[in-house]
Ligand binder design. Sequence first.
Ligand code: SF4
Length: 163
Amino acid sequence: MGLIRNHYVGRTFIEPQQSIRHFGAKIKLNPIKDFLKGKRVIVIDDSIVRGTTSHKIINMIRNAGAREIHVRISSPPTAHPCFYGIDTPAKTELIASSHTVSEINRFITSDSLEYLSIEGLRESVKNGGCDFCDACFTGEYPIEPPVDLDSRQLTLFEREIVI
Ligand code: SF4
């Protein structure tokens, strides 16, 4: 193992302040220098949200002596927020909403970056027996998102107030 994960530290992307997120990324993973030194490393992650955590991890691996770092993401780029219960940030904070893959590659300072395609994702779940939501990748929301896109979540029940 090149990185040891500290399971006592929570997920970093839900922390509200940038400084806290950076601190989270740093203490959550510890690089094993003897293992990483001089190696060509492939980092596989499930998503890139803001890009700040990935940047921090790549820096950490590079500082541990890795020669090359190639990042592979097992989902398409997360370019749209979720309004159905997953705590993603607003669209403007999602790096893939305003940057190309090569720009994200530059931002996180990896040597190469590739994502799973939307076709590849759909192919991988085609035996699931139902149509899955893929709105955070495609922007095609199965239920209309709020008109006010700053809203973080859909209101599940509209209450009628009778005076
Ligand atoms: S796939 Fe749909 S429900 Fe799941 S996180 Fe993305 S927008 Fe939310």
